[in-house]
Design a protein around this ligand. Structure first.
Ligand code: HMG
Ligand code: MG
Length: 298
């Protein structure tokens, strides 16, 4: 190998949230709970459980309170998304201790997704982040359209770095930097993540790739080269944002685990058990997912 590889990588499972939010048919809450339990059983210790967004905007996440009440595991880092003050107040009525706020670098995307400009979201979120840190919450900021926007096209790298800086200065613990519509090329991932790694050495840096054009694994490899050792992935490759046309599935957890383990990098995830989780959710999806080969040769 031409570059140094980490011995260990952290996988943040986003299937119960990003994976399901775009599913057209409502997945029964009981099935979501079983899905989450089996993902845990596969060894996933950081997970986005659900999001406290408007149920009118994203009906699939309408059962967020019940999911958190029944699934929260204090031994894992269970994260919930919240877009605004109302979402944070809903989080406060649960025992969840880790929150993800989210904002797009692209103003057009942010307006479609959260009904606010990027700047207005930032101004709303800064005092919220401060408050969450005062209360000792873990805070993650998801930075959408970090490379390309479905409405504005290519995003300037410097604009993404600037928005990341705002969140780091506001006090977040983690940045999850997203290629929302799966358009980044590996050289672009390498370039952005190298800069973020150099500028924010104290912040947890996570890469969130969507696999629309089948470049997620290539981008993950490029990000590893840039020193990233945390990746958001979704079991079965489910996923997508309802307000970002073209945001098909996330990098599939099984693909990423398979690649990394074959490279000698420890993910702590058991591939067979992960496939059990996929089998739980498969009958409830509106799309087909092909994962059979992992059963054959693992
Ligand atoms: P809005 O309509 O502008 O909200 O939506 P509002 O403040 O005008 O309030 C309207 C009504 O919604 C009020 O109720 C509020 O109480 C209620 P009413 O008085 O009419 O009965 N409301 C809420 N209810 C529940 N939870 C809340 C909440 N906030 C207001 N948090 C809003 C603004 C932000 C709520 C809406 O745009 C929204 O929910 N957006 C979320 C969109 C979303 O979930 N997108 C997907 C997640 S981001 C993503 O997938 C990208 C990521 O994966 C990274 C990547 O890949 O790029 C993270
Ligand atoms: Mg996403």
């Amino acid at each position: 190998m031409m570059f140094t590889l980490p011995k260990k990588v952290t996988i943040i499972e986003v299937g119960p949230r990003d994976g399901l939010q775009n599913e057209k048919l409502f997945v029964p809450t009981e099935i979501k709970k079983q899905f989450i339990a089996s993902l845990r059983n596969a060894g996933l210790q950081e997970m986005e459980l659900t999001s406290f967004v408007s149920p009118k905007w994203v009906p699939q996440m309408g059962d967020a309170a019940e999911i958190v009440a029944d699934c929260l595991d204090q031994n894992s880092r269970d994260i919930v998304l919240a877009p605004n003050r109302k979402g944070i107040d809903r989080v406060y009525s649960t025992d969840c201790r880790a929150v993800a706020v989210f904002v797009g670098v692209s103003n057009s995307f942010n307006l479609k997704n959260i009904n606010k400009t990027t700047q207005d979201s930032l101004e709303e979120l800064k005092p919220i982040i401060h408050e969450l840190k005062e209360k000792n919450y873990f805070v993650r900021a998801c930075i959408s359209t970090a490379f390309y926007c479905p409405y504005e096209g290519k995003i300037n790298e410097s604009d993404t770095v600037k928005l990341c800086r705002e969140f780091v200065e506001a006090g977040v613990d983690e940045l999850s930097v997203a290629d929302t519509i799966g358009m980044a090329a590996p050289n672009e991932s390498y370039s952005l993540f190298s800069k973020l790694k150099a500028e924010f050495p104290e912040t947890l840096l996570t890469a969130h790739f969507h696999d629309t054009r089948k470049l997620a694994l290539a981008n993950i490899l490029a990000s590893l080269q840039a020193g990233i050792d945390r990746f958001d992935t979704s079991a079965g490759g489910l996923g997508g944002c309802p307000f970002a046309p073209g945001a098909s599935g996330n990098a599939a957890t099984e693909d990423v685990v398979y690649m990394l383990e074959r490279m000698g990098i420890n993910t702590s995830v058991d591939l067979n058990k992960l496939m059990d989780a996929v089998e739980i959710i498969r009958p409830h999806l509106s799309r087909q997912i092909e994962t059979g080969y992992y059963r054959l040769h693992s």
